[in-house]
Write a protein that binds this ligand. Structure first.
Ligand code: AMP
Ligand code: MN
Ligand code: MN
Ligand code: MN
Length: 276
């Protein structure tokens, strides 16, 4: 079975509509796909309608931004109930945090000599709940940087002039939202945080203690050696394993939908109790 439990649509910073994303997943031979937009479930209804017609199983998901020891951490909520009133309310607030942060980032860009108000308008003109990826895209379109990663390197990344620390709720709170909405919390791309080995162990210990259920063992573009290392961490902490491409855009070829996402067989799959 071909399973991909981490993808984005243009309801956040992906480029495809939820319907286009489902069509592409089906064409790529994916059987089960989770739509996990950043801090929003707005795409799930459209995705579900398309998935049904395509014979694809859609896992209702979300990728929620959280904080842990001054780091931004991404927690996937899988098999959540998107209609949960509490979850909807909390995500509404997350959306407000994102919009507020984007305004602050653009003010910083103005101070750095860029047309911040114009860039903010260009972000708002794009579909989806705003992320720094929208802003990087606007900066490329405006000719201020050559490529999106340059926007992060020069302005938006950690320690740069327009980096605004996001005030995300703490990890424990976010895991609680996911569980209250009937979902399982999976820590996304554990290798992407700038942590020492000891810091990562502590993160996993805290995540497990607060009710986290799974670790994203296979994350788009990661090599086999890396997969084995993360799989060992999952087993050590008693976490199930998840797999996801983190697909955003067909033009980014390093994380195609659903390809080479095999979970090592000594890790309990997060989907075990959901898929027969
Ligand atoms: P945010 O959640 O608003 O902080 O935005 C983070 C998003 O920006 C991520 O989900 C990625 O899609 C994108 N991103 C982060 N770092 C980079 C980078 N160096 N180059 C291109 N895109 C990036
Ligand atoms: Mn993203
Ligand atoms: Mn992420
Ligand atoms: Mn993601």
């Amino acid at each position: 079975m071909n399973i991909d439990l981490h993808t984005h649509s243009n309801c956040s910073d992906g480029t495809l509509t939820p319907a286009q994303l489902m069509a592409r997943a089906a064409a790529a031979g994916v059987d089960v796909v989770a739509l996990t937009d950043h801090d929003t479930v707005a795409g799930l209804e459209q995705a579900n309608q398309s998935a049904v017609g395509l014979g694809l199983r859609l896992v209702p998901g979300v990728e929620i931004s959280a904080s842990w020891r001054a780091q931004s951490i991404h927690v996937l909520g899988l098999w959540i109930d998107p209609a949960s009133p509490q979850l909807r309310e909390e995500l509404q607030t997350q959306g407000e945090r994102r919009r507020e942060r984007m305004r602050k980032i653009c003010e910083r860009l103005t101070k750095a000599g860029l047309p911040g108000a114009e860039l903010l308008a260009a972000v708002q003109a794009q579909p989806g709940l705003p992320t720094r990826a929208h802003l990087a895209n606007a900066m490329v379109c405006g000719g201020h940087v050559g490529r999106a990663d340059e926007a992060f390197r020069k302005y938006l990344g950690a320690g740069k002039s327009a980096n605004v620390a996001a005030e995300w709720p703490v990890l424990e709170v976010v895991v609680g939202w996911i569980r209250a909405a009937g979902g399982v919390a999976a820590l996304a791309h554990p290798a992407r945080y700038s942590l020492s080995a000891g810091g990562r162990r502590q993160l996993l210990t805290d995540f497990t203690a607060t009710g986290g259920g799974a670790l994203e063992v296979v994350s788009g573009g990661n090599g086999a050696q890396h997969v084995e290392a993360v799989a060992a961490m999952a087993v050590k902490h008693g976490l199930m394993g998840s797999v996801g491409s983190d697909f955003h855009d067909p033009q980014l070829t390093w994380n195609p939908l659903g390809r080479s996402l095999k979970l090592p067989d000594y890790v309990t799959p997060v989907w075990r109790s959901y898929l027969e």
